[in-house]
Design a protein around this ligand. Structure first.
Ligand SMILES: Nc1ncnc2c1ncn2[C@@H]1O[C@H](COP(=O)(O)OP(=O)(O)OP(=O)(O)O)[C@@H](O)[C@H]1O
Length: 397
């Protein structure tokens, strides 16, 4: 949709609307570009200093507030991009990031064609270009609280259980829950004194890093845009996940819920091999999941499939109760032409595993088998995207 070339009067109308938005904002110097897509979504590219997140946030709130009021604008998306000369972060600032180096969007560039491609892997560059990481899988959901982190953790644990070299990175800035789910809340990643590189925390046979290790769990999470990217860039590039000779087979990234700019930025800037979308049955706000899938398509990230969670609850007599509706995940997957990779029922052991820091995937029961099967399917799908096979992993029933 957004990447389609649009000619004629519609294009003119969209340009006019974009001009109206620019005027409504008073043409500030920090406004890099404005475009409007065919759905009436205004996309604002805002320059921000990575070392001054509050100022960036203020710009963003101001811009969104004003642009939303322009008649004809249906929704607003902001993308923060780094100012050229960024000053170092103030000492004592709890950010872990270094200055990111995102490319700037050329003035007047149409976001759909250019910004969307910034840093995005090309369609056939399936392999991660980070030395020490063979593949990067991002786990995403259109809404919060659907069980995305639960799927990320258990998928990673199931893969590690069969001997894959797995990393799990928690990029969920709004509520990093992976440390709790792995029982590593008190861990603090060390830094190699010689190289200065972050050492991921080891848990249940996998390596992990989380924004949660670096922030006060009670502090409000206001990291967005450049700061998020700084943290993610450092966790990705400045951490010893693996070596070029002995790389991780897969790094799973738990992303923040939604399809806003935080997710877009990650999809654009991280050399992602593929994405997995998690949804609940009633979340068949098909439009939301479709929007998520469309975002990945635009950024040339292949979507492996959907995982439906909280699919049913089974009573002691073995009757299934579809508390959140039935068949929504399957219908959405089929509408999008994607496989439904798993239906995960509501199980007490899954919730307890998350709360106690011992993933349910590690047990020899229904949950363990289910995540084992999901891991197998994901490994196979990932394998089909990368020429080098997932090494010597035998999934047996
Ligand atoms: N299949 C399941 N059975 C039982 N409980 C589950 C299941 N999936 C998730 N939960 C529970 O639901 C809650 C929310 O799950 P989770 O934190 O994984 O969601 P999320 O989508 O990552 O949320 P957020 O928006 O905070 O990132 C957790 O308490 C988790 O233990």
């Amino acid at each position: 949709m957004g990447s389609q070339k649009v000619f004629g009067s519609k294009e003119k109308a969209r340009r006019k609307l974009a001009d109206k938005v620019v005027k409504s904002l008073g043409q500030p110097v920090w406004l890099e570009s404005v475009s409007v897509d065919a759905d009436g979504r205004a996309i604002l590219v805002i320059l921000a200093n990575p070392a001054a997140p509050e100022a960036a946030e203020a710009r963003r709130i101001e811009a969104e507030g004003k642009a939303e009021l322009v008649s004809g604008v249906k929704s607003v998306t902001t993308v923060l991009t780094a100012e050229r000369a960024s000053t170092p972060a103030p000492a004592g600032d709890k950010q872990i990031g270094l200055t990111p180096a995102p490319k700037r969007v050329r003035k007047g560039a149409r976001l759909s064609d250019e910004a969307m491609q910034q840093g995005a892997p090309s369609a056939n560059a399936a392999k991660s270009s980070i030395p020490g990481i063979s593949r990067i899988l991002i786990v995403a959901s259109a809404k919060g609280g659907v069980g995305k982190s639960t799927v990320s953790v258990n998928l990673a644990a199931a893969m590690a259980r069969v001997g894959m070299k797995v990393g799990l990175m928690d990029a969920d800035i709004y509520g990093p829950s992976i440390p709790t789910m792995l029982g590593t809340q008190d861990a603090e990643p060390e830094t190699d004194p010689k190289t200065g590189r972050l050492q991921p925390v080891e848990a249940h046979g996998m390596k992990t890093l989380s924004i949660g290790y670096l922030s006060d769990p009670d502090a409000p999470m206001i990291w967005r845009g450049p700061i998020v990217m700084s943290a993610i860039t450092q966790m990705l590039n400045d951490a010893d996940w693996g070596t070029p000779e002995d790389p991780l087979d897969v790094l799973i990234i738990d992303t923040p819920p939604g399809t806003g700019d935080a997710q877009l930025t990650i999809a654009q800037r991280v050399p992602v091999t593929a994405a997995l979308i998690v949804t609940t049955p009633q979340e068949v706000a098909l439009a939301d999941v479709r929007r998520g899938a469309a975002m990945f398509t635009k950024t040339a990230v292949p979507v492996l499939g959907l995982v439906e969670t909280m699919s049913w609850f089974e009573d002691p007599a073995g009757n299934r109760h579809y508390l959140m509706g039935q068949g929504g995940g399957a219908a959405t997957a089929s509408a999008l032409g994607l496989p439904l990779l798993a239906e995960v029922p509501m199980l007490q052991v899954i919730r307890e595993g998350g709360d106690s820091g011992k993933p349910a995937a590690l047990a020899d029961d229904t949950a363990g088998e289910l995540f084992h099967e999901l891991a197998r399917r994901v490994a196979v799908e990932l394998d089909s995207l990368v020429s080098k096979p997932v090494p010597e992993i035998v999934f047996e029933d």
